[in-house]
Ligand binder design. Sequence first.
Ligand SMILES: [Zn+2]
Length: 374
Amino acid sequence: MTRTTIQLPLKPSSLGTARSLTVHRYGRPGARPKAYLQASLHADELPGHLVLHHLMGLLDAAPDAIRGEIAIVPVANPVGQSQHVRGSMIGRFDLDGGTNFNRNFPNLTDAIAERLDGRLSADAAANTAAIRAAFAQAIAAQSPAGEVAHLRLELLRLAHDADIALDLHCDEIAPMHLYTTPDLWPVAAPLAADLGARAVMLIRDSGDEPYDEALSKPWWQLAERFGNSAIPLAPCFAATVELRGKADVDDTLAAADAAAIYRYFQRRGLLAGDPGPVPVPLCTPVPLEAVDRLRAPEAGIIVRRAPLCAEVRAGDTVVDIVDATTGTRTPVKARADGMVLSHALLPFATAGAMVAKVAGREKLPDRKGNLLSE
Ligand SMILES: [Zn+2]
């Protein structure tokens, strides 16, 4: 079965403008498993564009292999893609409302629960179907105020009933890594291994309401609310995949990543064919609270002292902040043993800016609140 493509128009926020989401679909509508992939919700994180371009090439070449259904949105944020200020794309934050595009997705658990009264049973498959139907109704009942709110709802609607929903991002300078929930780790593990992820962070609720949690959260919250052990926790494997760093837009890397996702879909029965054995994993998952976000104590040039993926000990210097106006060089140190997960792309820090991340192994006691932002 060949690809079909549709355009979903977004509610314009200003007169004389019109943007839309382009959605490519493969497989028979309603077939299972269903996968949904999107790239560049943070519009200036571009490696996912190229990975989906390569994945679509693989799917276009093997239409008979598709057992389930696949929906692909290569450009998940046409609003951010159009925000240019004097030659630079401002893709992470909505210039109008000021919000991060991957925060504040609506938590529809209450709205779903209202629609489930008397419909849940001891049958997990029936519960899954009932919750997916209520999820669709809850999304349809929302009234988005503007283009970005409408965009968020459309992205949820496209993936709310998916078995697999992958949101493709990237960090600044980083190796391959993933964010998902502890409940979803068993289904995430083969993907992490296929992609060669160097770190996996697990959290049920980061406090920031990112896209993947808007898809996974209703399941565990409904299970807790109704006390029903027949509400499955992992019918939707939603994950944020960080495709290395912003500059890692590369045909060779993207082709390998697309092939890894293709093999994962084979493992899940979505595509026919033998994926071979699962590769040896390159990491074990850690709680998101174990990731330290190192900040510059003052403004200056960032000089890297520990390379990407280096194992550091507590007290080791990760970067120096150099203030050439005073001649001072201030070390920024790891607070716990761990791996250098990311460095800043621009080697300049304002006072308080995040300059690197270190993925430790144990939760840091002060990592609370909005874990993706603070
Ligand atoms: Zn991102």
